[in-house]
Ligand binder design. Structure first.
Ligand code: GLC
Length: 522
């Protein structure tokens, strides 16, 4: 770049360093696990922001495109350290939605060329990320911000996707309306009362499970359930009573379908093919159990409590491979089945989405264990997924073979490559690993002008500390665990003053001062 020929490069470098220090300085942790600290204090945020959000490029994928669902998930991890990045991206993503409610699966800036598809989950990540941003920051005003739509011819009945440059619509709407259209468009169900899977849900490789328009997704039902439920509350506050009522009715129907057709007997099924054949069921030879249908039963808060716990026990039994140090997406991998789930079958068994450790989904398993209060397991899973631990020995280095300081999208699960790291850097698992550590294990949650602390830690931890910034103020949070608990806050004091027993929201002050919060567990 020409401007760097005459610039004072020392000053430019200084600016870069200060910029990253500022982001990292938003939150620093000190736990008994040094390798966790190294990831949470610097590397995961660096990976998420520099590689995923800004460059959108790395060795395994030098794309440059925005994936609709991808960067929306990445920026969720930035709400603490760089909330303006999250806010801005919500509006950018909204501007890649068609007035009909569907969105570009990915697009290339600056032209906006991209692909219109029948993928069923993309659009719902907009309300999901918006909800998280509003919850963390309290900035509900973002929902009133306007964004334009993009326009283009709808897909023909027999067309699965089309790559084109849409035109900018004259129509503009609030972010709330963008989110609402995404939800309104997602209410169609199939024969079992579950949402239509279209040409794929979160698992891109399962693109032929429902591409004739009849296949259904169990995972999507959990995901939609949580979004409709939460967004109905916002719709109520905005006077959108009809929408709120419609969404709540749909939530009830989804719940029934999930606990009938969705339940397999020991865990939740993953999907139904166009012809009604189940997937992720004990009746399948391959992909008998898929983790995301179990973890989201918990994360959504919608699964029957007893069944959801049982389903996660099945995840532990079949998908957590302690000997190999892997947490699988599903098992067994696709290999010889006559079923046609999609291009996922083109990956070797145990590689990427085909039954490998798909770290993104493995983090959802971790989060689900934490949500169930299983602190030892959550901590153990973090250690398994932590890339630093893969390369802690000489043998580990030869086995893992990739960078130990960034999250890897996948780790191979079948011989002769068990434990070999796959696609590093450009992976959405970085942001989720950060969130799993900060929000679920350390239980650190901003809620507007309050902080909630609800840790779920290994019982062997004597405690941990977090220093963080709240606007102009600096806080030091000290958590002590004298009785070996995994969860359950028994005492909170702010600047030496104890909070009432039933008060769990710690008020935060934007006053330029330094404060100290003490929390006791057990
Ligand atoms: C890749 C894609 C992401 C997808 C995931 C699972 O990471 O970028 O959009 O959800 O794979 O298939």
């Amino acid at each position: 770049m020409l401007r760097y020929r005459t610039a004072d490069l020392g000053a430019v470098l200084q600016e870069v360093i200060v910029g990253w220090d500022d982001i990292a300085g938003a939150l620093q942790v000190k736990t008994p696990d040094r390798s966790l600290d190294v990831l949470l204090n610097r590397w995961l945020l660096y990976q998420a922001l520099s590689c995923r959000v800004r460059a959108r490029s790395a060795f395994y994928q030098a794309g440059g495109a925005h994936g609709f669902r991808d960067q929306l998930q990445d920026v969720m991890a930035l709400t603490v350290a760089a909330r303006e990045v999250t806010r801005e991206h919500l509006l950018t993503a909204a501007a890649h939605q068609f007035p009909e409610g569907d969105v570009q699966h990915w697009w290339h800036p600056p032209s906006g060329r991209g692909v219109r598809t029948r993928i069923s989950d993309d659009l719902i990540w907009l309300p999901f990320a918006a909800l998280h941003y509003v919850e963390v920051t309290g900035d509900e005003g973002v929902l009133d911000e306007p964004a334009q739509f993009v326009e283009g011819a709808p897909l023909e009945p027999d067309e699965v996707e089309r790559y084109f440059a849409p035109t900018l619509s004259k129509e503009s709407a609030t972010l709330f309306e963008h989110c609402a259209r995404a939800l309104d468009r997602s209410l169609e169900v199939g024969k079992h009362g579950l949402p239509l899977m279209g040409s794929g849900d979160w698992n891109d490789g399962m693109n032929r499970v429902g591409f004739h328009g009849e296949g259904e997704s169990v995972w999507l039902a959990w995901f939609l359930h949580t979004n409709l439920w939460e967004f109905a509350k916002i719709a109520d506050r905005r006077g959108e009573k009809a929408r709120a009522a419609r969404w709540r009715e749909h939530v009830d129907r989804l719940k029934t379908a999930l606990e009938t057709a969705g339940w397999d007997g020991d865990w939740y099924r993953r999907a139904f093919f166009d012809d009604g054949t189940p997937l992720g069921s004990s009746s399948n030879q391959e992909c008998r159990i898929d983790s995301i249908a179990q973890s989201w039963a918990v994360i959504s808060g919608a699964g029957d409590k007893v069944r959801a716990a049982r389903a996660m026990a099945a995840v532990e039994e079949y998908l957590v491979k302690r000997g190999d140090g892997l947490v699988l997406l599903f098992t067994p991998p696709f290999d010889r089945t006559p079923l046609d789930p999609g291009y996922i079958k083109g990956y070797l068994p145990g590689v990427r989405e085909n039954g490998g450790q798909y770290t993104h989904a493995a983090l959802w398993s971790l989060i689900a264990f934490a949500a169930l209060g299983e602190g030892d397991k959550a901590g153990e899973l973090f250690s398994i997924l932590n890339p630093i631990n893969h390369a802690g020995t000489r043998a580990g280095v030869y086995r893992y073979k990739v960078e130990p300081y960034v999250a890897a999208a996948d780790v191979y699960a079948e011989p002769p490559h068990v434990g070999r790291g796959g696609w590093t850097w450009y992976t959405g698992s970085a942001g989720w690993m950060y969130r799993a550590g900060v929000e679920w294990i350390l239980g650190f949650r901003f809620r507007g002008a309050a902080l909630h602390v609800d840790p779920c830690i290994p019982r062997s931890w004597p405690g941990y500390q977090i220093t963080f910034r709240y606007h102009s103020a600096r806080y030091e949070l000290v958590v002590e665990n004298p009785h070996g608990a995994t969860r359950g806050v028994s005492r909170i004091a702010v600047d030496g003053k104890e909070l009432e027993k039933d008060v769990r929201a710690i008020p935060l002050a934007d006053d330029g001062a330094r404060h100290r919060i003490e929390v006791q567990l057990g």
